[in-house]
Write a protein that binds this ligand. Structure first.
Ligand code: 3PG
Length: 213
């Protein structure tokens, strides 16, 4: 199986939304899973921005209902821990050679963070043609993706950073965008607010907008 035909890319191209989630309270995870499954967004990126990341990946992977990945992976140790904890894909904020080498050796899709032509070329040199574009809003947003899509016509982008309900559909209108990621899709704070009611409604709104396309 080559990396470009990996089922994770197919799932992302279909689901379009990659929720970025930081766990500081494991008691929210059941509700998180329930809301994602109910809305058919069976995807989650759990970031290494809290000490609970590995445990959260393990718990979310248990039922097999969700495809769980790791985010904010900046070192080989984190990549190894992520995979040992059930992560099926890895997202990094930058091009991190030791993370990429490890993921490629394990046939784990890795989304290196890129913002410039130089970054994208480095990813391409590894044979990676689906990259994170981060921080998307600061580095020119959709306009930048359109410009980068000229020379990098065969690259697909996963923009994150500053994406929200008001602009995610614009990003998704571009053929170079495989999907969008971010904390706007669901968050622990929103789940905690009223036991997931608002979080569920907010996600449903995004999914409805997607379906209206
Ligand atoms: C990331 O790591 O992808 C970003 O921190 C996500 O940014 P957001 O919180 O603006 O979605």
């Amino acid at each position: 199986m080559t990396i470009m035909t990996h089922e994770i890319y197919e799932q992302l191209a279909k689901t379009k939304l990659l929720p970025l989630y930081t766990a500081t309270d494991l008691s929210c995870l059941d509700k998180l899973e329930e809301i994602l499954v109910k809305n058919e967004v069976r995807f989650i990126e759990v970031t290494f921005r809290s000490d609970l990341a590995a445990e959260a990946m393990k718990q979310l992977s248990k039922s097999g209902e969700l495809t769980v990945g790791a985010g904010t992976v900046r070192s080989l140790a984190e990549a190894e821990l992520a995979v040992a904890s059930g992560a099926k894909f890895v997202v990094s904020p930058a091009v991190v050679p030791e993370v990429i080498d490890y993921c490629l050796s394990k046939n784990i899709p890795v989304f290196p963070g890129t913002a410039t032509p130089g970054d994208i070329q480095r990813a391409l040199d590894y044979g990676i043609k689906v990259v994170k574009f981060f921080p998307a809003d600061i580095y020119g947003g959709l306009k930048a993706i359109k410009a980068l899509g000229g020379p990098f016509y065969d690259v697909q982008f996963l923009p994150t950073g500053g994406i929200d309900k008001s602009n995610f559909m614009d990003y998704l209108s571009d053929a170079h965008v495989i999907g969008v990621g971010g904390s706007f899709i669901i968050s622990e704070a929103l789940i905690q607010k009223d036991n997931g009611k608002t979080a569920n409604e907010a996600l449903k709104e995004l999914v409805d907008l997607l379906e209206e396309r």
